[in-house]
Write a protein that binds this ligand. Sequence first.
Ligand code: NAI
Ligand code: MG
Length: 343
Amino acid sequence: MEYSDIMYEITLIPGDGIGPEVMEAALHILKASDLEFKFQEAQAGNACYQLTGTTLPDETIEMARNSDATLFGAVTTVPGQKSAIITLRRELDLYANLRPVKSYPGVKSIYPDLDLLIVRENSEGLYSGVEQETEEGATALRVVTRKASERISQVAFKEALKRGKTKVTAVHKANVLKKTDGVFKNAFWKVAKEYMDMDDYPNFEVDEVYVDAAAMFLITNPYRFQVLVTTNLFGDILSDEGAGLVGGLGMAPSANIGDVNGLFEPVHGSAPDIAGNGVANPTAMILSASAMLHFLGESEEALKIEQALMNVLKEGVFTTPDLGGKFTTMEMAQAVRENFKKS
Ligand code: NAI
Ligand code: MG
């Protein structure tokens, strides 16, 4: 049969501020690929709230649940209303947050040739959402289960193998958080043993580092890490630190992955300070779209997009002001698209 191409159904949640701007840029490139997509747009965030009274309509959740993957731009937080992204992560059970920290030639970064991956547990930890007011102030519940700790450790090792990495480091604070991080640490080593005993990978290296030391090593010697796996809050903080190492928020993509669904988003927010000017750096969103293609099994196309972007960054001409260039979001996207089409 001639028409055997897969048609991927993708839910787009552009959101607010620069969300729709970087989304348009990423779509401009995706639409130049040979793959077949059916895009459907869904609402979330502040503009959605003004219109519908909710930051995340049920319809959006169902569209994301039923599509092959979701691209999320960024939303402006509405005080007192539920967080669209945290609710989506929970509703779709997107328990793994993958945040690559990679330096690109042509982009000012503290370390060259850095390429590591932070795997953050996305479903529990200190972000369980169970907070309570007490007489003295308030408390938050830190939930760590064996199940979630084992599955996130599995993700870390699988991603390591997929990406040709030979070392996985667990990051925790089990010397102080003896019970909760005790569970995490034991689950990690249980999974690690499976991989360390594999005949095919005799040189697989596994270690553990306390989170405070990990924060320091990321600055002093990030090359000691290849894949880091950690609980929710630690992962949130360390991955922003990682973004700072390689050129800032405009450069940092992320993937939220579960057993069924995947949602891909830049780490940055809606950037109201630059929104509407058409100057947002589309890199994080384009790399998130590339990560989505990896998730869909279209790694060849994903790598081509990343390479096209790398060429544009390295050339350093058609870039946005935060990268030292004079061009708009869409002009940079157009340069990436042309590079991609040549490949
Ligand atoms: P932000 O990430 O939106 O912006 C922080 C700084 O980085 C700003 O100076 C901004 O101009 C710059 N920046 C961010 N992305 C950029 C890009 N692609 N190109 C060039 N510069 C870029 O964080 P902020 O200002 O703390 O939050 C703004 C709004 O976004 C808030 O309502 C916040 O709650 C929300 N937010 C949403 C997130 C999401 O949708 N996942 C994540 C983080 C914040
Ligand atoms: Mg964060």
